[in-house]
Design a protein around this ligand. Structure first.
Ligand SMILES: *Cc1c(COP(=O)(O)O)cnc(C)c1O
Length: 406
């Protein structure tokens, strides 16, 4: 008898996006003439940079000839990409991360979900609330989360750190023993960032308690404000307590192409073992490397041409985010994020739940958003809007909101 992993049994269904789709479809059917604007999109919409496309085409040609053919590549990624990352994302910003501390992958979701493989099942996990669901569900699948409490919509053995307007979207240090802490900055879903002081506090705490910070920097390229850390390794001491996840998805349009990377510093040791060594062992066993073609495309992001093109695309999203912020503020809402991030986190009107506000925007203004409650209990009272629509649709949505609420 093959028993299934019992921890899957308690996983709540991925209710959020299916429920949004259901309500949106019902509205559309009842109002076929309504011009729907989707502000809930968590996927980029602009095409890949021409320099990236050109590099991918050339890489396909490499595979087409015996002399330049590439079969299995290194599990850790090709040297050309690891070197480009080490140079441009770290050395150029005076951060001492070597190319051999960088592991290329097919994206940050896989790495965030897989990193638990190298930690003991009895590690206590802390997450921000609201949260990117992958951190929680992957630990639940492994058996680290305890039991699902449907009333509280929480796992009994996960330590949730409320991250709301009340604490400036900076989670307080744990008041109980915690071993693994997931931090995400710029944050999905709140769009806010952790400043240098906050990260310094976390790094000091983690080193003191031999904890490990799992730092998700999937949105780092959206950072525009001076002084906002783009990597946890900008903080002294992070190399002995933090693993960082990066992705080309949101920053260079790779959601469909698939490429990301994880940094595991060689100085990071727990139980006398190198976490770099453990992650290398894990990847060599369960992963056969990211595609050669895609890695060639990712390397082109670091050419002068590629960098300029990627920035031009990011500027479109940044301008949309500014439009959303200004529109919501003009309509009288309290808004957060959207400066160093494509996400805007908006407080619902006094006393209104996030699903109720979602319904109001859908049914009265034909605008689709994401209710904050879907990202955790502390997301109640907020909705998330994204900058990934066209400038025209974004402006039109804000006109509707200003006209209705102002
Ligand atoms: C989109 C996203 C990722 C990962 O994306 P990949 O496409 O798997 O690289 C990781 N973390 C957060 C917070 C995200 O929003």
């Amino acid at each position: 008898m093959a028993h299934v992993n019992p921890h899957f049994r308690q996983l709540p269904g991925s209710y959020l996006f299916s429920e949004i789709a259901r309500r949106t479809a019902a509205y559309q059917e009842a109002n076929p003439q309504a011009a729907l604007i989707r502000m809930g999109i968590g996927d980029v919409t602009q095409p890949l940079a021409p320099a990236v496309v050109e590099a991918m085409h050339a890489a396909v040609d490499d595979l087409a000839a015996a002399e330049s053919f590439h079969g299995y590549g290194p599990e850790q990624g090709y040297g050309f990409l690891r070197e480009a990352i080490a140079q441009h994302d770290f050395a150029a910003r005076n951060i001492a991360i070597g190319a051999d501390e960088i592991f290329i992958s097919d994206g940050a979701k896989s790495d965030c979900g897989n990193i638990g493989d190298i930690f003991s099942l009895d590690c206590k996990v802390a997450v921000c609330d609201p949260v990117y669901p992958v951190y929680v569900d992957s630990n639940a699948m492994a058996g680290r989360a305890g039991d699902w409490d449907p009333a509280a919509e929480c796992w009994t053995n996960i330590y949730y750190m409320p991250t709301t307007a009340e604490n400036g979207f900076v989670p307080a240090l744990p008041d109980q023993p915690v071993d693994l802490v997931y931090l995400c900055s710029p944050n999905n879903p709140t769009g806010t960032v952790l400043g240098r002081e906050a990260l310094e506090r976390w790094v000091r705490w983690a080193n003191k308690h031999d904890a490990v910070i799992l730092f998700d920097a999937a949105y780092e390229r959206f950072v525009v404000e001076e002084g906002v850390p783009r990597s946890i390794y900008e903080i002294d001491g992070a190399e002995t307590c933090a693993i960082e996840f990066r992705s080309f998805s949101k920053t260079a349009g790779f959601t469909g192409a698939r490429c990301g990377y994880t940094v595991v510093p060689k100085a990071l040791v727990r139980d006398g073992q190198s976490l770099h060594g453990l992650w290398n062992r894990r990847q060599c066993t369960k992963f056969n490397g990211a595609s050669y073609v895609i890695q060639r495309g990712a390397a082109a992001v670091y050419t002068a041409e590629g960098e300029a093109q990627v920035e031009a695309t990011l500027d479109i999203y940044r301008a949309n985010a500014a439009t959303i912020r200004a529109g919501l503020e003009a309509a009288g809402f309290a808004v957060y994020g959207g400066v160093n991030s494509p996400y805007i986190w908006c407080k619902t009107p006094e006393g209104m739940g996030s699903w109720e506000f979602f319904d109001l925007l859908l049914n009265r203004l034909s605008i689709v958003t994401t209710p904050g409650a879907g990202f955790g209990p502390a997301g109640e009272g907020y909705i998330r809007l994204t900058a990934f629509n066209s400038p025209e649709a974004t402006a039109e949505a804000m006109e509707r909101i200003k006209t209705h609420f102002a």
